[in-house]
Design a protein around this ligand. Structure first.
Ligand code: IMP
Ligand code: MG
Length: 176
């Protein structure tokens, strides 16, 4: 993998904080009152999910699933690898599936299908970033932070071969 540094800032930490707060308000307004079960798609969405859940005005239990499609590169290498053992109890509950970025849509389509089949009372999806131009699966998130062009981005949890997750802002890493 190339060692080039990340490029231009797409969203500053302040812009992200502001939008995450807005998303939390949107989710609170659109979900019926009561606790939710949040399912975080690891690893990238961990950073976003923590901030989002702290901004929500309701109780949330937490489940984790692991999905990886990019490996060390900046282009998907096939169907995502999934591990679901940390999902938690979803049957009969309000489930919020939290993803960092929607690209082909493969990860969200697969996980929504899987969780939907387990009988949640309702299933909502929330993504921080969406690249609609690269969609290959018919998925529409219920809540979207920002739509972006089809460029590879890093920071705020998003990595390039495990690097740059810790950046507080989101930066362009390269054209795909
Ligand atoms: P999808 O299954 O093609 O929608 O891909 C979604 C997954 O690919 C995300 O969960 C990310 O882990 C990864 N991904 C997609 N685009 C980017 C990017 O621009 N930067 C970092 N990771 C990305
Ligand atoms: Mg991911």
């Amino acid at each position: 993998m190339s060692q080039k540094p990340p490029g231009e800032v797409l969203f500053t930490a302040d812009q992200i904080r502001e939008r995450v707060r807005g998303l939390a308000e949107e989710i609170d307004a659109r979900l019926p009152p009561g606790p939710i079960h949040a399912v975080v798609i690891l690893k990238g969405a961990a950073f976003f999910a923590v901030d989002l859940l702290r901004a929500l005005n309701r109780e949330a239990s937490l489940g984790f699933v692991f999905a990886e499609s990019y490996g060390a590169g900046t282009a998907p290498g096939g169907p995502p690898e999934m591990r679901l053992e940390g999902l938690g109890e979803v049957a009969g509950r309000s489930v919020l599936l939290i993803e960092d970025i929607l690209d082909t849509g493969g990860t969200l389509a697969l996980l929504s299908g899987h969780i939907g089949a387990l009988g949640p009372a309702r299933l909502r999806t929330c993504v921080l970033l969406d690249k609609p131009a690269s969609r290959q699966f018919d998925v529409r998130p219920d809540h979207t932070g920002f739509e972006i062009e089809d460029r590879f981005v890093v920071g705020y949890g998003l990595d390039a071969g495990e690097r740059f997750r810790m950046l507080p802002e989101i930066r362009v890493y390269g054209e795909k």
